[in-house]
Structure formats: C-alpha cells, structure tokens
Design a binder for this molecule. Structure first.
Ligand code: ZN
Length: 471
C-alpha cells in the first residue's frame, strides 16, 4: 500500500553476500552491534522461509478467514521457536467480506467476457446482475461533468497508473478513484461501477483493493477489470458505439469476526517502558497468496527480531514487533493497537512499517521533529554495506498511522518498488516474486535500525501531534 518510487539507476551497487560476511567478520569489533547483526543476518538467512510458509502453506489471508487465524497461530509459534518468549495476541474485531461469483461482459455491440474481480467491500449485484450502458471517465472532475448522464449507467473509471510516475498518474490518484468512485457515481444515480485495474504490468491481470461506503449514499456494485479490457471498452466508446455491460457480483459482507494482532517483544534493559515498534500487516487480499503484500514485510519484521534475539542483544529500550490485522479493508488492527496502547504512545520512541514488498532495501524515510533525520542517518550508516543507508524525509505506513496524533516518530523501510505494482493485489502476488537475498538484506537493515533506535542514547524528536486523517 505504500508508494515509494526511486529510479533503479540511483541505487548503489551491492556487494555479494559472501563479501559482506567476510568484511563484517574482520571489522565487527570496531563497529559494534550493527556489524554483528549484518554478519549474523547474512550468514544464516531465515526470512525467505517465513514468507514461504505464509504464502505457500497458509495462502491468502483475507480478514475473517480461517487462514488468517492459521497465520496468527503460526506467527506466535514462530516467534517462540525463534527464542522470543514474549509473544502474544491482542483481539481485533474485523470485517468479513466474502468474494462470490463474478462475471462481467460486454453484451453489445460485441459479446466479450472481461477479466474482472469485485473490489473488496463491494456490495453484490441484485439477483440476475445489472445490465446498463457504460460511460467512461478518468477523474472525479470527469464524473462531475457527466452529471445526469451517469444516471442508470455503469461508470468505468479508466485512469491508467504509470510506472515511476508522479502523484498525478501514480497509485494515490488511482486508488482514490477505487476508494470513492462507487460512492460518487452512486450520488449521480449510476447502477454500477468498474475501475481499470491499478497496476503497472500488462498481462490482463485484475487488481482488487478496498472500496469505500458512505452513510446515506446507496452502495453500488463495484469491480475492477483488467487494463486490456478497460482499453477495449474505451476503443468501442471512442468509435461512437453504445456499449452495454452486464455485471454479476456475488460478494457479501457478513458480521464482524474476532481476530487478532500478533505481538512480540525484546524487553529493554534500562528503559523497558520506552518502545520502538516495527510493524507489517499479516492480512492479505484473496486473489494471490499475499507474498509481497505483505508476507514479505512480516518476514522482514519477524526475521529482524530473530536476529537480534539470536545474538543475545538486549537494547536500552524495548523493541516490539506488531503484525497487524485488517490493513487491507478497514485498518482495524492499527486502530485497535493505538487504542489498546493509548497510555503508552507517549513513550513510543519510533514506529517503523515494512509494507513496500520484497524489493531490495535502499534506506529510510523519516517523519519526525527537527534533527530526526540526522539520528537515523547515523544509525543507518553501517547499512551502506548493503546499500540501505539513504535517509530522506517522509515516513509512515497505514498500520502505524493511528499513532500519528500522539506524535510518534515514523520511519519507512524504503525498498525498490519498480515491479511492486505489477503484482500488488492481483492473482500474481505469489512467492516467486520474492528474491531471498533481497529479503534477507531488508531484514538485516530492519534489525540494525530497530536495535539502533532502541539502544541509542538519543531518541528521535517527535512529530507535531496532528488530528487523525480520514482514510
Ligand atoms: Zn500492504
């Protein structure tokens, strides 16, 4: 869910793993815990095994599903197997949305089946589906301009996401159409909505994701179609044809279900009440197996805890791993954490989120008070060996965002994301997209940063407290 694009050409060259181990072994004494962490991390890589288990053995982890519960059980046991005795769960009530039958066809002027998937939290179509004329827009402004012409129609939001683009053509602009497009189309009397898949590969993939609802506005069925299919609709409309679409969605929302966040801690030796949180989300969409979103982030977080524990390092402050529930369709895990731990947030000295896939780690984004970036830069310095020492402004993540009003400093593990949106939320989010060595280096980087922040004499200046943002 995190957009972070930086060109591949700017990335520093990375040494082969063997070279790193040799280099660190000879300089560990002079460079302290960070060198030891890097050495241990690269000598005994275990991160890939963790994401492999989540993706291949447990599979998709949609909120409210039995497989999400299986992931929770596995994560607690895995933490304990890794020597983290302080591992536990905290209750979260999550929405349970279930995908059903889904069929979308052009029925006139041609008969063509479209590759489609309901957006998460969409309502179903009425019995027999919905058939209507399609109208196409690229933006909310375009929708407003349609006005009455949207009434009784199926609105196609046809806005491409471009690889490496700025905000206008990036994930943010497209995902706001996914989130609010159905609501705004319904206000104009549309009977259904479709969105061009938000992705950057052209393999006729369909990318799901959450869509919103609003009290007082009737919800209409809303599905994604592949980019190629959106192009077909566009070409027919551009040729002056009246395009009729029939869509059938059998998805449904059931009552909320009790599930859990998973937590594990390495208690600090001097200031155990001061806490560095490292987080990821354990839930995933249902089309793929949640390998890059966010099995990889969970492997990074869990492996970084294992590495610190395996070295017997006990930092000044506490490091707490949080595997959040329900990032994808509700953020209830992040909200529950901030509520349950409200009394502690003033002593949360930093929160880091790993939710940018499995790409090579390049550095850190920081959102903190003045001087925060300098502290992070100093702690990250040893990571120049693996090309992960770059520090820049701008950190955070969906799961940790509910801690923002308390002024908790945020860090983001920056990773190469050139291909992230090729697969994100699609059936192609599978284990083969994870490179074991890149993943292990990301875990090593997380371990160095989490331990460094927890052990440093200084703490990062806090962000200005701010009211929570609507999501
Ligand atoms: Zn994610």
């Amino acid at each position: 869910m995190i957009l972070d694009r930086r060109p591949r050409a700017l990335a520093p060259r990375v040494l082969a793993a063997g070279a790193i181990v040799a280099a660190c072994a000879s300089c560990a004494e002079n460079h302290g815990p960070a060198a030891g962490i890097l050495e241990a991390a690269l000598a005994e890589p275990r991160a890939y095994g963790k994401v492999a288990y989540l993706a291949d053995r447990i599979g998709p982890r949609l909120n409210g599903s039995a497989s999400y519960d299986a992931a929770v059980l596995w994560a607690v046991e895995e933490f304990r197997r890794d020597g983290l005795e302080r591992a536990w769960t905290e209750k979260v009530m999550v929405p349970r949305w279930v995908r059903g039958e889904e069929r979308v066809r052009i029925v006139s002027p041609v008969d063509a089946s479209l590759t489609a998937a309901a957006l998460g939290m969409s309502v179903p179509t009425p019995e027999g589906g919905v058939a209507a004329e399609a109208v196409e827009v690229e933006s909310f402004e375009g929708l407003s301009a349609l006005g009455e012409r949207a009434r009784g129609k199926i609105v196609l939001f046809n806005r491409p996401m471009r690889r490496g683009a700025g905000p206008e053509w990036g994930y943010g602009a497209a995902s706001s159409l996914r989130h609010r497009g159905g609501i705004e189309a319904s206000r104009l009397g549309a009977v259904g909505a479709l969105i061009r898949s938000i992705g950057t590969a052209r393999y006729r993939l369909v990318h799901t994701g959450m869509t919103g609802r609003e009290d007082g506005v009737p919800s209409i069925p809303y599905a994604a179609i592949s980019e190629e299919d959106a192009d077909l609709v566009h070409r027919l409309l551009a040729a002056g044809e009246t395009v009729r679409i029939h869509m059938t969605l059998g998805c449904r929302t059931e009552p909320d279900v009790e599930q859990a966040n998973v937590l594990a801690e390495i208690r600090g030796r001097e200031k155990p009440d001061e806490i560095v949180v490292i987080g990821c989300h354990l839930d995933s969409w249902d089309l793929g197996t949640g390998a890059i979103d966010d099995g990889a982030g969970c492997a990074i977080v869990m492996e970084s805890m294992r590495i610190v524990r395996s070295l017997g390092l006990v930092p000044r402050r506490t490091i707490r791993a949080v595997l959040f529930a329900n990032e994808e369709n509700g953020l209830r895990g992040g909200k529950a954490y901030a509520e349950t731990h409200a009394g502690e947030l003033g002593r949360h000295v930093a929160a880091i989120e790993a939710d940018s896939g499995a790409g090579r780690a390049t550095g850190w984004g920081v959102a903190a008070g003045a001087g925060g970036e300098e502290i992070v830069r100093r702690i990250a310095k040893p990571l120049s060996r693996i090309g992960a020492a770059e520090v820049s402004k701008g950190g955070g993540g969906a799961d940790i965002s509910p801690m923002r009003p308390a002024g908790v400093p945020f860090l983001l593990l920056r990773q190469e994301t050139e291909h992230y949106f090729d697969y994100h939320h699609s059936p192609a989010d599978t284990l083969d997209k994870v490179d074991p060595q890149d993943l292990q280096r990301a875990a090593a980087a997380m371990a160095v940063m989490a331990h460094g922040l927890a052990d440093d004499e200084a703490t990062i200046p806090r962000q200005e407290p701010e009211a929570p943002k609507a999501r």
